[in-house]
Every structure is written in C-alpha cells, then in structure tokens.
Design a protein around this ligand. Structure first.
Ligand code: JHZ
Ligand code: ZN
Length: 421
C-alpha cells in the first residue's frame, strides 16, 4: 500500500470485530462513508413522519485479502424486505421488456416445455415469471416481501412468500422440485449469507440446469460514479473475478457472462454444474486485472468524485432556486433515497416526487420527506425542472413525458455528472 493512499481509507474499526463477508479477513479499508442513512425502500406514511426514522451507518469497504467491495453494516433483512416493501418491478416498462426478452431467449436455448420447472429467487411481483406462465412453462417464485408476492399470485405466478435459503432449497428438492432454470436478478448482492445462498442454488439446480443471475457490476458503479446505488440492501458490489471464485468454491461454474445496460450497468451470469468457461468470462477477468479492480487504488478517488458531484448538483439546484424556478423529481427509486440524503436535498428545494407505482403514492421519501404523487401531477403543476432520480431509465422517462417537455419542462440528470436536457 503506497503512503499516498493513506488519506483515502481508514480501517473499518479499531477492533477486529468486522470481518469480510466472503473470506472472513478483518483487513477492511473503508473508502467511502455516506454517514448515518435511512433505509432507502422504507417510504414513510403520515403517521411514520411523526416518529423517529431508523438510520444506520453506511460505509463502503474494500477487503485487502479477497478484494470484495462491501458495506460494513447488515440491517436485519426482516426489517428491510418484509413489511410495506414498496418496490414493485412491474412499474418499469423497460424492465418488463428486458425480462420478457430474457425469458424468450432462455426458453429457446434450454428447450423448455410443460415438463420443465423454472424457479426465481426474489421474484418480486412476478414481473419475469409471468412470461413463463404465458408460455405454459411451470414456475415457482420465492420472495420475502409480502405485497409484491401477493401481486405475483394475483398474476397467476405461484409464489412462496419467504426468504430463499439452503434449507428451503433442500426442502424443495425433497419434494422433487428441482429446477431446469433458476433466475436470481438483483438478489445475490442483497443476501448476508452469500455462501448459503450459492449452496441453495447448487442444491436446487438440476444436473443440466442453468442459473441465470443478474447483478450490478462494480466496475460500472465506479466508472460512472453511481454512488447512489450504494444502500443497506446492497451488501456486496461484485466484479467478475470475485463472482468466478465465489461459484468455484462451491463447484459451480460461471460459464458465460454478458454486460447489460440495465440499472446503470449489470452483469448477466450463466452458471452450471459443469465447467465450460467461454471467452466472455476470461476476457472480462483479464480486463479487470488490467484495470486493477483487485486493488484499493481503483477505488481510491471514488469518495472525492462523489463529493464533487454532490457540490456540483447542490450548486445547480441552488442557482435554479435563486432564479425562482420550481423543481420536482421523477422516480421514487431506492437509489433516489441515497442520492437525496447524501447530496442533502430538502423539501425547500424539491416540492414533490412522482412515480408510477401506486403503492408509493401518499408516502414520503426516506430522510427528506418529500411527498410522492402520481405522474399526472407533473402536467397539473408543470414544475420548471424535474430531477430524474431513476436516471437509469432516462430515455424511457423522456419519451413518456413529452407533454411536460413540450410545455417547456426541463430535466436534470444527476449521474454520472449533473446535466440539464
Ligand atoms: P429503479 C431497484 O432499485 C430495487 P431502484 C432494488 N433495490 C434493487 O436492487 C435495484 O432496483 C437493482 C419508477 N418508475 O428500478 C419505478 C416510474 O415511475 O430504477 C420505481 O419506483 N416510471 C431491489 O428503486 C423507480 O421509478 C418509469 O417510467 O433504485 C425506479 O426504480 C420508470 C422506468 C420507473 O430502481
Ligand atoms: Zn475478503
């Protein structure tokens, strides 16, 4: 470790209490600290506004031993995912298209039919499995969030409303329910027991089955300064190298990987019991090695870059307010909660936020308490500017909001650096 790096990181704690989530070493270097932060998907009712809001430390660290990027604090998952969890995947049309295309591809490649079984871990409101149901392919969703699991059942997607664990996998296997395909999108980074989760996949996957997993790519997070995708739900931030060794430890093999633009940059992993690694994997691992993703230096200026973005966004918003402009926001996204709390954007700056998810209407953004409304309010109120918190779907949102735009409305896109369109 070069001396010049010393100002960028500090040890996780004085004690050796905190260990790496993967290799259990205690040499964790915190390179970005977002302070005490509320839970991003805990949108508040009027009643909850009167009570103190839980906040937890949010520090991001690099493990010097295995290079896994991770947050230090684990908030109990029951607190994060069960009651009133109001992220419903189906209100993002681009995500639905993305999922439908994936289903068509998998059905063809794996030659699935009425005798197959597809299982999805963290199946949310059935946004993906519904396309298997439409094709008459048996499926089973597993999700701990009550509301989304109920919505999935209403769509005709059989769903177990619980957490996925190795124990559950064994139980399902005992009932003869092993899978030709296991999907797990945006869930691997969310689980505290990473190894137990992977073992569960191994247990549940048929001998010739494939696990198709999507996960945000730490390289995109760093390269595009997506600090807002850091929150308590996301415990780990993976590279291809780290994923490759994670699966290998359990005799599962990452045979193919695709880079996807969804959620600001993700990976789609194809994992099997057999080791048959394609160039797509080796090429990305080589690129990562050349970039130095396995070294702290790669993350060393991240905190400064996030701070610069914070001050430039604050500067822009302050200037607009001083000109008497009105500003609202689009998308009560989880990442939006991190953004507005880190950048410190209060109700004095943003009047309200709109979102297509009915379950979020009437609630308030964590930490800053902006009220959440239906998107129609944009046309009624016609604010001068719209801060896009769901910047990962910006093209779609611009397309939808043509009327607001025609009437002179402008958009502020905050990431990777604030710009007005
Ligand atoms: P969206 C989610 O995070 C959930 P979020 C979760 N935390 C996760 O891990 C990541 O994805 C990967 C709304 N919207 O998908 C819907 C519209 O209103 O970017 C959502 O409330 N109109 C598990 O919440 C929010 O914006 C639209 O046209 O940060 C988008 O949230 C579209 C496209 C979205 O992810
Ligand atoms: Zn480690």
């Amino acid at each position: 470790m070069g001396i010049s790096l010393a100002r960028y990181w500090r040890p996780a704690m004085q004690s050796n209490d905190i260990k790496c989530r993967s290799c259990k070493h205690s040499d964790l270097k915190v390179f970005f600290d977002l302070g005490d932060t509320p839970l991003v998907d805990r949108f508040l009712t009027e009643e909850q506004l009167k009570q103190p809001e839980p906040r937890y430390p949010l520090q991001v660290a690099f493990c010097s031993n295995c290079s896994l990027v991770q947050i230090l604090k684990t908030v109990p998952p029951e607190e994060v995912f069960c009651d009133a969890y109001s992220y419903y995947s189906s209100f993002s049309p681009a995500l639905l298209r993305h999922s439908e295309e994936n289903v068509h591809e998998i059905v063809a490649e794996e030659k699935l039919d009425g005798d197959s079984l597809v299982i999805e871990l963290a199946s949310n409101d059935g946004y993906l499995l519904q396309y298997y149901v439409q094709k008459g392919i048996p499926c089973l969703g597993i999700d701990p969030a009550n509301g989304p699991a109920k919505a999935a059942e209403e769509k005709g997607v059989p769903t177990l409303n619980t957490f996925f664990t190795k124990k559950l996998a064994e139980q399902l296997k005992g009932e003869g329910k092993t899978a030709d395909v296991i999907h797990g999108n945006n869930v691997l980074a969310h689980v505290a027991d990473t190894n137990g989760f992977v073992l569960g996949i191994k247990t549940l996957l048929k001998e010739n089955g494939v696990a198709v997993i999507e996960i945000p790519y730490v390289r995109d997070l760093v390269d595009h300064c997506e600090f807002d995708t850091i929150y308590h739900e996301h415990l780990c931030y993976f590279s291809v190298s780290a994923l490759d060794s994670l699966f290998r430890q359990h005799q599962l093999y990452l045979n193919e990987v695709k880079r996807l633009s969804i959620h600001g940059g993700s990976l789609r992993l194809y994992i099997r019991h057999q080791n048959n690694q394609s160039d797509s994997v080796t090429k990305l691992i080589e690129e990562e090695r050349a970039l130095g993703i396995d070294r702290l230096d790669y993350f060393s200026n991240f905190s400064d870059r996030a701070r610069e973005l914070k001050s430039s966004l604050q500067g822009l918003l302050t200037e607009l307010k001083s000109e008497g402009k009105t500003i609202a926001a689009y998308g009560a996204a989880a990442k939006g909660s991190t953004l507005i709390n880190y950048v410190d954007i209060g109700k004095n700056v943003i009047d309200f936020v709109v979102d297509r998810t009915p379950h979020k209407h009437g609630l308030h953004m964590p930490g800053k308490y902006w009220p959440i409304f239906r998107t129609e309010k944009l046309i009624d109120d016609q604010p001068d500017y719209l801060l896009i918190l769901a910047w990962n779907f910006v093209e779609e949102i611009l397309e939808q909001q043509q009327e607001y735009r025609r009437k002179g409305g402008k958009f502020i896109i905050p990431i990777p650096e604030p710009k007005i369109v």
